[in-house]
Design a protein around this ligand. Structure first.
Ligand SMILES: Cc1cc2nc3c(=O)[nH]c(=O)nc-3n(C[C@H](O)[C@H](O)[C@H](O)COP(=O)(O)OP(=O)(O)OC[C@H]3O[C@@H](n4cnc5c(N)ncnc54)[C@H](O)[C@@H]3O)c2cc1C
Length: 220
């Protein structure tokens, strides 16, 4: 059963810079004091009538009273400016959890993750919950000096022989997806910009993956 979204209030407890124009923010929940969600889900922040921005929960559902968000604030629109302005003590209102870019617990298919830039956030959250030894491949395309969670992902790859990590330039994501081993009976999770998602989906279909086995989250 999906967790119904609700209106929430939280207070910023910490702000960190992870890379150029990439910020991480911890939110301590006030109301409700804890929020149930699934790894890969997001929250919706309102900016007036019918105007919202979505931010994925980067942290584990095991931490239900403190959520971490991670944003690329380079786009400089209303969402980026809001995120950049967050400081410890700030009051934050949002609705959540939302979205179905989540791993079904009973799904045992081989996993391929593809992240373009800040599209790594839901995949990072899913990986935090993925048991060591579960076969998975990650292709992560990011621009120079802007690869949040890279150290953590490298550490996982060193400690988990079943996890293959391919860090590539943002221009090489599609080529890397052409080259990685693919299990036609597997499932793929792709997150990032629309153009790359479209190309990656075509490559994966061409390599035998069923349309329904390709899950995607379009950030921009
Ligand atoms: C389900 C979902 C989850 C999301 N989760 C996150 C998240 O965890 N972290 C995060 O940073 N963003 C996330 N986003 C994107 C976020 O909601 C905003 O769209 C983003 O912060 C830009 O908002 P903005 O108002 O600053 O810019 P806008 O005014 O919305 O956009 C300005 C321009 O920048 C483009 N653009 C927007 N984002 C990017 C980007 N990252 N790279 C390149 N071009 C971009 C837009 O297409 C537009 O042309 C998510 C979006 C969705 C739909």
């Amino acid at each position: 059963m999906p967790i119904p979204p609700r209106d929430c209030r939280a207070r910023v407890s910490a702000v960190r810079t992870l890379a150029r124009d990439v910020l991480e923010v911890d939110l301590d929940l006030v109301e409700p004091p804890a929020l149930a969600f699934e790894a890969g889900q997001w929250i919706s922040v309102p900016f007036g009538e019918r105007r919202v921005r979505a931010y994925t929960i980067a942290s584990s559902p095991r931490s239900a009273s403190r959520l971490t968000l991670c944003a690329d604030v380079a786009p400089e629109g209303i969402g980026s400016r809001w995120f950049r302005g967050l400081a410890p003590g700030a009051d934050v209102r949002f609705k959540g959890p939302l979205g179905g870019f989540v791993l079904a617990p009973q799904d045992t298919r081989r996993l391929l993750f593809v992240a373009e830039e800040i599209g790594i956030v839901p995949i990072r959250a899913i990986l935090l919950e993925l048991p060591i030894g579960r076969p998975a491949v990650l292709v992560y395309g990011a621009s120079e000096g802007r690869r949040p969670y890279d150290d953590e992902l490298r550490a996982r790859a060193r400690g988990d022989a079943a996890f293959a990590y391919h860090a590539v330039s943002e221009r090489d994501v599609v080529e890397a997806v052409r080259a990685v081993p693919i299990d036609a009976g597997g499932v793929a999770y792709v997150a990032g910009g629309e153009a790359t998602i479209k190309e990656v989906r075509e490559v994966l279909r061409g390599r035998g993956l069923d349309r329904k086995a390709i899950k995607w989250e379009r950030f921009w």
